[in-house]
Design a protein around this ligand. Sequence first.
Ligand code: SAM
Length: 331
Amino acid sequence: MAAPALVDRHGRTIRYLRVSVTDRCDLRCRYCMAEKMTFLPRSELLALEEIALIAERFIARGVTKIRLTGGEPLVRRDAVDLVRRLGRKVGSGLDELTMTTNGTRLPEHAQTLAEAGVRRINVSLDSRDPEVFRHITRHGDVAQVLDGIAAAQAAGLSIKINMVALKGLNDDQIAPMLEWAGASGMDLTLIETMPLGAIDEDRADRFVPLTQVFDDLSRRFTLTPDHHRSGGPARYWHVAQTGARLGLISPLTGNFCESCNRVRLTTEGKLFTCLGHEDQVDLKAAIREGGLAAVDAAIDEALAAKPARHDFSVERGAAPAVRRHMSVTGG
Ligand code: SAM
């Protein structure tokens, strides 16, 4: 089957697919989810084989990077089978297969990920303080994540720590986190909280602009622009004191949609072309009713409608930009 490249109507070429392999998670981060989340019934989910076939179709059409995410990807029992299957494409179509994880299941799975061809992962860690971590995640044990990080490093995986900056919760821990990450051989990426899905609080109360964080960090560290690109939205700085990188993902204070190269497949088979819009096509229906030809047609339809940019704003009392939580679309 011919495999035309993935170019949207704004001329952006899509090379990066994020796949949410489950919307379930073993943590309940306050800025991400409501405490009592309703998850999708298992009968609604794409089968592993369907995810693999769709992902392989994206690779045939020019995607060179796939990130498995969720929810927590490693709570889906067959997630490692998917990693093994897609890992076979690394070096023959895929440049990189990677994962974003909260780290709790890495002690069991890190070695398998490394053997399957994963080289780098992102581990989300908003605080190393056990009490603060438990508060943010509502019940999590930070020791599990730190064990997971150690297991991943022992397996030879390179790690980037993701930290969402949260006013009054962890903003006083950003500089120590940057020092710890650097000393442990890891880059740190800070993320602005985004208005995705209803939670039990007002996100405006916790929003910290990374422009302000950057100014604060600049007074303590020598930060110089680093031209490293990881294929995603982060912009990087080299931290002279640690030798590691600081990444900033600033969807609110520094829109990066112009260079967007991403689309997202949810665990129920919806393809979203923008985190901040409701536009989607149903690849589950397409693959079940018309096979890969129908998947191709649906992908083309989605790209033709990919929005130019998101319209996020975090203002007091504002409704979320979209009803979907990040855990559904895939962070
Ligand atoms: N469970 C995995 C994890 O914790 O990394 C993967 C999914 S999680 C949704 C992916 C990333 O999205 C995490 O770094 C998380 O902190 C971030 N995230 C979740 N909701 C967010 C929001 N509303 N704004 C900004 N980042 C968010």
